[in-house]
Design a protein. Structure first.
Length: 124
């Protein structure tokens, strides 16, 4: 049963990191707006952007959820995905720094996304 308890520990660590620690939120507009009113229009704009590409966002998740953003980016051509992810670089930089402060094993993954977006900045 050691494998099951390991899995439970990993799941608990994930929840603690991303769901219970606001500065590690995977909802990217939270890092820009917090719970400010400006967040609503940003979420609507992102939903409309997805719709322009034929993607219907999951009704149970906000459109700024990092896994959803990455899923959308995976449907784009490489150069277009880099330009799209370029819009997230500021948040990725902050999120990675926050995760590095607590020595999270997720920090290098966020840095990889940040670097991919920075390539879009150079291409633009």
């Amino acid at each position: 049963m050691a494998g099951e308890s390991d899995l439970t520990e990993l799941q608990a660590g994930y929840v603690q990191t991303f769901d219970l620690t606001p500065e590690h939120s995977l909802h990217l507009t939270h890092h820009l707006f917090g719970d400010d009113r400006g967040r609503g229009p940003a979420l609507i704009d992102l939903t409309e952007y997805y719709k322009d590409y034929g993607l219907q966002a999951d009704a149970h998740e906000l459109p700024d959820y990092l896994p959803m953003i990455l899923e959308f980016a995976s449907t784009l051509e490489d150069a277009e995905a880099q330009v799209f992810l370029n819009q997230t670089v500021k948040v990725m930089t902050q999120l990675a720094a926050n995760l590095e402060k607590v020595e999270s094993p997720y920090a290098p993954l966020i840095r990889m996304i940040e670097q991919h977006g920075q390539l879009g900045r150079m291409a633009a």
